[in-house]
Write a protein that binds this ligand. Structure first.
Ligand code: SAM
Ligand code: DTB
Ligand code: SF4
Length: 336
């Protein structure tokens, strides 16, 4: 039985990153096998239900008003159109439907439609995840009552590097939203982005922040930056050797997430399009057990169902069918 710890020190996490690569991979794969079916990967589909025009200044994001990315701002989609997309995702074998809105926070007037969407998608037998920006405790409660399974709100990086990427809201505010989500009883999905020009020390701080939350997020997305032209980071990294995160360093990050948060689903999220099959295989070996499938993320292209089916066949992987371990046993409840 793996020990679940929320008292990791930065030094311990840095030492994991420093392990010889094969040793790190071996440790991560061993922990993975103790807690998850090693040859099963969860399939999730993303849909942007409200795109662009976001007042936040996240330096990586095509949907910020500060970005000159060509992404057009839209209104919140009709409930029926969202349900149609969800039905398609289910037909294509997805277990979870994740919906994102480019908002700083949802307005109270948006909540009835959001609640209807959650109820409708759940009624199709899909797990639901929403990412709508910051939430009040009341809004988190409304989503919980609607039956939302997961809420995604990323910390994105280390507390130190975060401030260089986003200035319009603080890491503290993000942690507050995560706290409201946790207290409402919705499962927490929180992770971040690797390859934004941050240092190894920042990646240590990023994992440390997540692994020392009072309770680990049930789901931890690890995104590789998708450099989008017209965004601060996309433009900054376009002409530098940092343009793409080193595959081995990305796999190390996945492995350290797996070792420090053994029961969480570790999601290999954005950026798979620019990764080789071999790099993705190493991520699965290191403990990644969830991906976004389909040909689009929120605004960026994604590998697509056919290419995922080919990858799964090549690697002998199958789609996860059962429930995720952390949801099933809800360990590490903090003592009151
Ligand atoms: N507006 C909501 C929010 O930020 O809370 C939700 C949508 S936002 C697009 C969700 C997450 O996607 C971000 O926190 C970030 O980690 C990730 N993301 C956005 N753009 C990305 C990019 N270009 N490359 C990699 N990850 C990205
Ligand atoms: C997450 O961590 N990654 C997903 C999901 N949560 C919402 C979003 C990735 C977005 C990639 C860039 C885009 O499509 O615009
Ligand atoms: Fe807005 Fe979310 Fe993009 Fe930040 S990541 S600019 S909050 S849509």
């Amino acid at each position: 039985m793996t020990e679940i710890r929320t008292d990791w020190s930065r030094t311990e996490i840095a030492s994991l990153f420093d392990l010889p690569f094969t040793e790190l991979l071996f440790q991560a794969a061993s922990i993975h096998r103790q807690n998850h079916p090693a040859d099963q990967v969860q399939l999730c589909t993303l849909l942007s239900i409200k795109t662009g025009g976001c007042p936040e200044d996240c330096g990586y994001c095509s949907q910020s008003v500060k970005a000159d990315s060509g992404v057009e701002a839209t209104k919140l989609m009709d409930v029926q159109a969202v349900l149609q997309s969800a039905a398609q995702a289910k037909d294509h074998g997805s277990q979870r439907f994740c919906m994102g809105a480019a908002w700083r926070n949802p307005k109270d007037r948006d909540m009835p439609a959001i609640v209807e969407i959650v109820k409708g998608v759940r009624a199709m037998g899909l797990e639901t995840c929403m990412t709508l920006g910051m939430l009040t405790p009341k809004q988190a409660g409304m989503l919980a009552d609607a039956g939302l399974d997961y809420y995604n709100h990323n910390i994105d990086s280390s507390p130190e590097y975060y401030e260089r990427v986003i200035t319009t809201r603080t890491m503290g505010e993000r942690l507050e939203t995560l706290d409201h989500v946790r207290k409402s009883g919705i499962n927490v999905c929180s992770g971040g982005i690797v390859g934004m020009g941050e240092t190894r020390e920042d990646r240590v701080g990023f994992i440390h922040t997540l692994a020392t939350l009072p309770q680990h997020p049930e789901s931890v997305p690890v995104n590789a930056l998708v450099p989008v032209k017209g965004t601060v980071l996309g433009d900054m990294l376009a002409d530098t050797p940092l343009a793409k995160i080193d595959d081995i360093e990305f796999v190390r990050t996945v492995a350290v997430a797996r070792i420090t948060m053994p029961l969480s689903m570790v999601r290999l999220s954005a950026g798979r399009e620019s990764m080789s099959d071999a790099a993705q295989a190493l991520c699965f070996m290191a403990g990644a057990n969830s991906i976004f499938t389909g040909d689009k993320l929120l605004t960026a292209p994604n590998a697509g169902d056919d290419s995922d089916a080919a990858l799964f066949a090549r690697l002998g992987l199958t789609a996860l069918q059962g429930e995720e371990p952390l949801r099933a046993c809800k360990v590490a409840e903090p003592a009151e």
